[in-house]
Structures are given as structure tokens and as C-alpha cells.
Ligand binder design. Structure first.
Ligand SMILES: [Ca+2]
Length: 219
């Protein structure tokens, strides 16, 4: 009897085990069905995405306004804190690579900087890539280090946490991708950046001239 009891118990346990397996099979089948349904939907969505991919359009624009700020702390001061400022738009769009405006770090005599800002009245979020193109001339030191800041929505203060650093070693056009900072102005209807001479020892008191400036917009 103890042996039979053992066998019966074992049978019962096996039945429970079988029930469990059947339950698992039903569950797995249901799960596979749930996976298949969204997978099929994803495939349809993917095909639709390919069909509606827009054509890339690239626009090259002159800035709507451009100004040289004189005697300012370029890496933090607001435009309104500059001692003087000068409209340099005409000098940057005249197709003449001699005429332009200078930038300087630590201007001799007043211990302050000269920098530029460039503005385009276009909505940043309309473009997935935004670049600026500047023609550098009259480099007083090589390489010449520069920095580009994005403005805050008040268009007077720069956003000191968002900038791009680079350097140039020869006269000529330099294209700079500003897509990673320009989106700070999404929804504002304009783009505005400041180009400054970097705070490096080799730049100290040295001039570089920007002779021409353009925006390259890719949508
Ligand atoms: Ca020019």
C-alpha cells in the first residue's frame, strides 16, 4: 500500500505537471500572436515612412543683420553691455573678401574683446541641419581659435552653456555646423549666434577678420 500510494501521488504530480505544460503552450501561443500583430503593423508603418520621406532642400542665405560689438566681455556680456556697436551687414554681404569686421580677444588698451553677432529671421526647427559659412582673412596668429555661442530667446544674452569651438589655419571659407546648439532657439522664429575670439594665450590681442558670412539651411 505505501508503494501504491507513492505511485498514485506520482501520477497526480505528473498530471499537474502536464496541465502546467498545456497552460504554458496556450500562453506561448497567445504571446506569439500578440507579438505577430504589432510586428505586422510595424512593417506597414515602415513602408509608409519610406514613401513620405521629404526631399532635401538646401538654402544659402545672407544674414538679415550682423553687428560688431566693441569693448565687451565676449564670453558672457549681453549685447547691451557693449560700449559701442557697429552694423557690419553690408561688409559681410558685398562679395568682397577684403572688406569685413575684426574680432579680438583681450583688446590692447581696454582689456576687453571685440566680437560679432549674426542673425537670420528663420525658424530653427524648420531645418534639420544649420551651418554657417564665414570667410576668414588677415589672421594675425595661426592657428586662430574661435568660439560660437547661441543666444537666449531675449536675443540680447548668449546662452553660455551652448557653444562650438574650432580653429582656422588659413585665409578662406570655413563651414561650421551649428545644428547642435541652434535648436536652443526652436520656436522663436529666429537664429542668432555670436562669434568670438577664443580666450587662449595665442589669441591674446590678436585679430582675425571676417569678410563674408552666410547661413546654409538644410530641410
Ligand atoms: Ca566683405
Amino acid at each position: 500500500m505505501p508503494f501504491l500510494f507513492k505511485q498514485e501521488r506520482r501520477k497526480k504530480l505528473l498530471m499537474i505537471a502536464n496541465k502546467g505544460s498545456l497552460g504554458n503552450i496556450i500562453f506561448v501561443a497567445a504571446f506569439l500572436f500578440l507579438i505577430l500583430v504589432p510586428t505586422t503593423n510595424s512593417l506597414i508603418l515602415y513602408t509608409a515612412t519610406i514613401v513620405i520621406t521629404p526631399q532635401q532642400i538646401i538654402t544659402i542665405s545672407d544674414p538679415d543683420s550682423a553687428t560688431m560689438l566693441v569693448a565687451i566681455t565676449a564670453e558672457s556680456g549681453a549685447d547691451s553691455s557693449a560700449t559701442t556697436s557697429a552694423d557690419i551687414l553690408n561688409l559681410l554681404v558685398d562679395d568682397d573678401t577684403i572688406t569685413g569686421g575684426k574680432i579680438i580677444y583681450n583688446h590692447p588698451g581696454n582689456n576687453k574683446d571685440v566680437c560679432h553677432w549674426y542673425r537670420l529671421n528663420s525658424e530653427p526647427s524648420d531645418y534639420f541641419k544649420v551651418e554657417i559659412r564665414v570667410y576668414f582673412s588677415a589672421l594675425e596668429v595661426i592657428p586662430y581659435d574661435w568660439r560660437i555661442y547661441i543666444y537666449q530667446s531675449n536675443a540680447d544674452n548668449i546662452n553660455t552653456g551652448y557653444y562650438i569651438d574650432g580653429s582656422s589655419s588659413a585665409t578662406g571659407w570655413t563651414t561650421i555646423d551649428v545644428s547642435s546648439i541652434i535648436d536652443q532657439l526652436d520656436g522663436q522664429g529666429f537664429m542668432k549666434i555670436r562669434l568670438i575670439s577664443s580666450m587662449s594665450n595665442r589669441n591674446k590681442g590678436k585679430i582675425i577678420t571676417v569678410s563674408e558670412m552666410e547661413w546654409i539651411l538644410t530641410s
